[in-house]
Design a binder for this molecule. Structure first.
Ligand code: ADP
Ligand code: ZN
Ligand code: ZN
Length: 752
């Protein structure tokens, strides 16, 4: 019987069928090389092996197998299938994000493919010859060497001791870890006292006796509540604890338990919170069981990690950003999602537009593991799931130790301006508190959610503003480079000397970003050491670490930054946090604006006085009576949640409805308009009033392409599977319509 294999390729395409050569043992989840198209060789993943010949076309054979074991387990395949079906994408698109780049080379010829193929680095390991595992014999040889060849004697002792110490069954020690010199080791190998072997790096995992901090009574109670929830059969639970309450300590306890019984653990953190700080905190406890995985690692390192984990026997902790959910962690028993509300868990582009937090919850079911969602300010979706009993829940309401919650002051910008108490972008209250804090020898953090110097430049005579020629947005002024920059497409141009419209020479920067705040702070506090942390100052992982560690070492007095300063930092010396402009957080035209503003301000405020008693926070706003500001001041998450949920229910938004956003793009505005009307009417025939739009997004032209959106709102109770089916059928019809073939359509399920 001829056999066939359905194979997933790293393309936005369905699986294709290939024939399996006689005698090739092939199973689901294995990687292979196949030829696809005329002259293109790809890495493919075997999805299914069967005996049904494809209905049309010539079938090409599988060329050969890759790697010595499958890359995917059946549970992992189920996860990929869930992602493809829920987020309306192909398995090939899942493959693109799931496998590190070096594992899916493609090439024009088989030979070129071979060259591209990934080969893991190997290294030299040495071990005692079996003969010397006998203690007496070892002693004898040592005695002889001690007199005649002292360097060899020392080397032999070191290998014996290292093998012993690490209690490795093979007795193998990496040569890199030995102090002994290579010459002596080589001589010992020649004499047959040592064996050496070249192979892939192995990780020595050490023991399972982790030194854990003792939990406080409230922390113990929270841990108990989580254990009880899992024991009662809940796959997911929420740990809702204010900043500094010890959520990480609780994670550490759960992680230790899991590792000790040989289980694997995945700790997900938002990308920019993946700091050396957290990693070293975990390494101090779990040693070499900790592996970090994020986008700043080299492709080689990511690939080696993937393959190493695929061979590992379990008992490992991976700390990673969202794409780490795809790592083949053996016997995965616990997934912790820290800062679960964070928008960076959602991938916006390209497909799959998945949310790693939601995938982690689904994985609890598919893989039979436990998922813990931690946050000081949970997303309303998660909070409602915990309220409704779908998730377990534990709460921490106190900061650890002597640390008290910060005192929050609201400072009215309009009032300050009226009284002449505003200097540059600072109210007197903030400046006074900054001076006091610096005098006490403490540090200040200033938050502004816009980078650059100013968000636009304007002609004072005619009102002309500089806009991007490719996108419908204003250009941001970056003073450092002396240029105007588009934050959507990267277009840059010099600042015009005179207004191109009226020729007057008064083109001035308006509004303010982090760069301008930094400049003002330097002028007001000339003796303070000031640094800035945003996407412009952080050009590399190293630059990031330098700024952070300088601040940690108190070599910086004032740190100005964007969202980047809000996450994952634990600085003891911060006495004051200033939020320069709360209004642009609150006045966002997004249904999540209030929730986001609350989360952001609470997170930023949480940086103040994490260890000492009583840090201070100043929030500058033109609208001090805004309910969200009051909720932040009172630290009243629940009030915010209830108020926002009532609004969401009234206007029918998540978590009471599921949103799917469709976006169409084209250079030709007229064609795009026709296309969107066509698609809208097709969808309206299916979904009726559940379809909204067409609507013009706030930025309706990017990189020369016009954009238009449609929004599907399905009530939470309805069958979302059925809705997805109808939607993908309509999309298929639409994309196959020759008239609209050139229109790009993206589907974003659960947009953030
Ligand atoms: P969260 O993750 O909730 O923000 P952390 O776990 O980072 O809080 O705890 C805040 C600080 O308090 C950390 O420096 C941590 O080491 C310390 N801490 C919390 N709980 C304990 C404990 N039980 N024993 C010792 N230190 C603790
Ligand atoms: Zn002008
Ligand atoms: Zn642009």
């Amino acid at each position: 019987m001829p056999r066939y294999a359905d194979i997933v390729l790293p393309l936005a395409q369905p699986a294709y069928t290939f024939s399996v050569p006689e005698g090739m043992a092939l199973g689901a989840g294995e990687a292979v090389v196949v030829q696809f198209g005329v002259r293109k060789f790809y890495t493919g993943l075997v999805w299914r092996v069967h005996e049904t010949p494809p209905s049309s076309g010539r079938v090409k054979p599988v060329q050969r197998k890759l790697y010595d074991r499958p890359l995917l387990t059946p549970q992992r395949m189920a996860l990929w299938e869930w992602i493809a079906s829920y987020y309306l994408c192909t398995l090939g698109e899942v493959m693109r994000v799931a496998l590190p780049s070096l594992m899916k080379p493609s090439a024009a010829t088989e030979e070129a493919f071979c060259e591209e193929e990934f080969r893991p680095r190997t290294e030299c390991y040495v071990s005692l010859a079996p003969e010397l595992c006998d203690e007496e014999r070892l002693h004898e040889v040592c005695e002889r060497l001690e007199r005649r060849a002292p360097r060899q004697y020392e080397a032999l002792l070191e290998v014996a001791a290292a093998g012993d110490e690490r209690r490795i069954s093979t007795g193998e020690v990496a040569r890199r870890l030995l102090r002994a010199d290579y010459g002596a080791l080589q001589a010992l190998c020649r004499k047959g006292y040592l064996r050496s072997a070249e192979h892939e790096r192995t990780i020595e995992r050490g023991g399972s006796h982790f030194l854990l901090p003792e939990l406080t009574p409230p922390q113990q109670a929270a841990l108990g509540a989580l254990r009880a929830a899992y024991a009662a059969g809940k796959g997911a639970a929420l740990l809702h604890g204010i900043t500094g309450s010890g959520k990480t300590e609780i994670y550490i306890h759960l992680i230790a338990e899991t590792l000790a019984r040989g289980g694997g653990v995945l700790l997900l953190v938002p990308e920019i919170a993946l700091t050396a700080q957290l990693i070293s905190r975990l390494e101090r406890i779990f040693g070499s069981r900790v592996t970090a995985y994020h986008s700043k690692l080299t492709p080689r390192c990511r690939t080696e990690t993937y393959l190493r984990l695929n061979r590992s026997e379990g008992g490992e902790l991976v700390v990673g950003a969202r794409s780490a959910i795809f790592l083949p962690i053996h016997n995965l028993q616990l997934i912790v999602v820290d800062e679960e509300h964070d928008a960076s868990y959602k991938q916006t582009d390209p497909a799959p537009r998945y949310n790693a937090r939601d995938c982690a919850v689904v994985m609890a079911r598919l893989l039979g593991c436990r998922t813990l969602l931690g946050s000081a300010t949970p997303s309303l979706e998660t909070w409602l799931n915990a309220e409704g009993g779908k998730y377990g829940r534990a709460v921490l309401t106190e900061r650890y130790g002597a640390a008290r919650p910060p005192r929050i002051f609201v400072s009215d910008t309009l009032r300050a301006a009226r009284r002449g108490e505003r200097h540059a972008h600072f109210n007197k209250l903030l400046l006074d508190k900054m001076a006091e804090t610096l005098d006490r020898g403490e540090q200040v953090m200033l938050f502004q959610n816009r980078r650059g110097f100013s968000p636009y430049v304007e002609c004072t005579a005619c009102g002309w503003t500089a806009r991007c020629p490719h996108c419908n947005v204003t250009l941001t002024y970056h003073k450092a480079g002396g240029r105007l920059v588009c934050h959507y497409c990267g277009h840059t141009e010099p600042v015009p000397e005179r207004c191109p419209h009226c020729r007057v020479t008064d083109v001035v920067p308006m509004g303010f970003g982090t760069e301008k705040i930094e400049e003002e702070v330097r002028a007001i506090f000339p003796r303070a050491r000031v640094e800035r942390l945003d996407r412009d100052s952080v050009t590399s992982e190293r630059a990031f670490r330098q700024i952070v560690s300088a601040f940690e070492a108190r070599e910086t007095d004032i740190l100005v930054g964007t969202q980047m300063i809000t996450k994952g930092f634990d600085f003891a010396g911060v006495g004051l946090v200033g939020i320069l402009n709360a209004d642009n957080l609150l006045n966002n035209p997004d249904f999540r604006a209030a929730e986001r503003a609350f989360q952001l301000m609470t997170q930023v405020a949480g940086r103040a006085g994490r260890r000492d008693a009583g840090g201070e926070v100043v929030i500058q706003t033109a609208d001090p009576a805004h309910p969200v500001i009051r909720q932040v001041v009172e630290g009243d998450y629940e009030a915010m949640a209830r108020a926002q949920l009532a609004e969401r229910q009234a206007f029918f938004y998540p978590p009471y409805a599921r949103l799917t956003a469709l976006q169409l793009r084209h250079r030709d505005m007229e064609l795009l308009r026709r296309a969107v009307l066509h698609l809208a009417s097709a969808l309206r025939a299916r979904f009726g009033r559940r379809l909204l739009g067409p609507m013009t997004p706030p930025v309706d032209r990017i990189r020369g392409e016009y954009l238009v959106g449609l929004l599907l709102k399905i009530e939470s109770g309805a069958s979302s599977a059925r809705a997805r089916e109808l939607l993908s059928a309509e999309l298929k019809t639409f994309t196959e319509n020759p008239e609209y073939r050139t229109v790009a359509v993206t589907v974003n399920v659960d947009p953030q």
